[in-house]
Design a protein around this ligand. Structure first.
Ligand code: GLU
Length: 483
């Protein structure tokens, strides 16, 4: 059997964390088994589906560094032998299967109005029965149907669920899950607006696209018994199912907007690296027997297995994600990191300004960054006029003796050769000895004067990168401010 997996988003919003994890697991599983990963756009909800959402979803998946073998090439065209991959372009295929079910008596036309269905639900609630469709249109005579149609009623099509027995799902993660058939509805498979419903289109597509494994969120577990019955009624073998556990926020409730960013593109904009995001998402419901945390590029593909997926909910932990991102940033080479940081530096208005080479500035704090978006704030002082924090000005520069230190430093550094980290450090330390100062009494004013801050990168390397001319200029400016 060739492994074929799919991700089938409804384009009614952005790609959220749960969808990204589902995409990743399907992709990893397909890649691990030399199979194909298919992307299918489930746009049958005409009202809520938008092209912007399709674009956002495709951009998100591409940003994550995942590719699909079959699916949309862009908003208009597809690639792959089972297309089209936009459901609204496949309606004839669904209609043909609907007609087969109608002909075989496995589906029927239902003329009930919304009011009648509401009333049915209300009565069921009153009598403490599950709110199901009562099957009143199951055996309408031809004459009755004509009469209803003549009165202007539009028909939906319902699938006739078996009234007894059980449907057992052999879930690849959860094991056997049993559903009593008499508790299942006669599902609407065709809407009065003349289009398929999700549950029906999904079955037809998964079959025609030869999907071998349906790996999806567990909110779809309850749809699976009806889907399995539809496969059987159409004479098709269902694929294997694997339902992924829910993702919770740190407070134990379902992950949502109030826990912070939920859209993948927001994580991109906050400065996470795609590789770190993949690593983190992979562990959001899956683990190796030895609980490995960090994976080299190809390692995830080599190790991912449904057996390692957990049944219990996973908790989304931003602190861990940030830690992981920091680990990936540290492993990223400087050239690459500077390239990745560029959009953030540009947004902060730091590109193209005179000052040291960006790479050298970024290198100074390479060990510290957890997010690409932190980089501008940590290197901007090189490029912008000095702005003194209240602490730098009041506590450090206005402290007794600070002004004299700056005067002395300016003299000491003026002709220092070479102007490099080691030589600067030796000179500043000698200055402290000569003047009988503790090192801090010179280090702190020096940093505050040239950066405006009391914290920052390692002092002497920073001065080297800033360059003698700029350091002396800033010392002079600070002296003027203190005069
Ligand atoms: N369109 C469905 C969703 O976005 C897909 C469900 C499935 O994977 O079968 O939730």
């Amino acid at each position: 059997m060739q492994v074929r997996t799919r991700f089938a988003p409804s384009p009614t919003g952005f790609l959220h964390i749960g969808g990204a994890r589902t995409t990743l697991y399907n992709w990893l599983f397909a890649r691990r088994h030399g199979g194909a990963f298919i992307l299918r756009i489930e746009d049958t909800d005409e009202v809520r589906s938008t092209e912007e959402s399709v674009s956002a979803i495709l951009d998100s998946i591409r940003w994550l560094g995942l590719d699909w073998d079959e699916g949309p090439a862009d908003l208009r065209s597809d690639k792959g032998r089972c297309g089209p991959y936009y459901q609204m372009r496949r309606v004839d295929l669904y209609r043909a299967q609907r007609d087969r079910l109608l002909k075989d008596g496995k589906a029927y036309r239902c003329y009930c109005t919304k009011e009648e269905l509401d009333e049915m639900r209300r009565l069921a609630q009153l009598e403490k029965r599950p709110p199901r469709y009562d099957g009143r249109c199951r055996s309408l005579t031809e004459a009755k149907r004509r009469e209803l149609e003549a009165s202007g009623r539009k028909a939906a099509v319902r699938f006739q669920m078996p009234g007894d027995g059980v449907t057992v799902i052999e879930d690849q993660i959860r094991g056997s899950v049993r559903f009593e058939n008499h508790l299942q509805q006669d599902l609407v498979i065709w809407k009065t607006t003349d289009g398929p419903t999700y549950n029906f289109a999904c079955v037809v597509d998964d079959h025609l696209m030869e999907i071998s494994h349906v790996i999806r969120g567990d909110e779809h577990l309850s749809n699976t018994p009806s889907q399995i019955q539809i496969y059987r009624a159409l004479g098709w073998e269902p694929p294997l199912f694997a339902h992924l556990s829910m993702i919770l926020g740190p407070d134990g409730s379902k992950l949502s907007k109030r826990h912070g960013a939920t859209s993948v593109l927001e994580y991109r904009d906050q400065g996470y690296l795609p590789a770190a995001m993949r690593n983190y998402l992979a562990l959001l419901g899956w683990s190796t027997p030895d609980s490995q945390q960090l994976f080299a590029a190809e390692e995830l593909v080599g190790k991912f297995a449904l057996e390692g997926c957990q049944k219990s909910p996973a908790t989304f932990d931003t602190v861990k994600l940030q830690w992981m991102n920091g680990e990936y940033i540290r492993k990223t080479g400087l050239d690459e990191l500077t390239r990745l940081a560029e959009p953030f530096l540009e947004k902060a208005g730091l590109k193209g300004l005179p000052g040291p080479d960006l790479k050298a500035a970024v290198a100074l704090e390479h060990e510290k960054f957890k997010l690409l978006s932190e980089i501008p704030g940590l290197v901007d002082f090189f490029y912008k006029p000095v702005e003194f924090t209240p602490k730098a000005m009041d506590k450090v520069l206005k402290a007794p003796g600070a002004k004299e230190v700056l005067n002395g430093m300016a003299l000491a550094l003026k002709d220092l050769e070479p102007f490099d980290e080691k030589t600067i450090e030796a000179r500043v330390r000698r200055f402290c000895e000569d003047e009988g100062l503790k090192t801090g009494q010179a280090f702190h004013p020096l940093r505050a004067a040239v950066t405006g801050r009391t914290e920052g990168p390692t002092l002497f390397k920073m001065l080297e990168i800033m360059g003698r001319g700029e350091v002396l200029k800033r010392l002079a400016d600070a002296q003027t401010r203190l005069a």
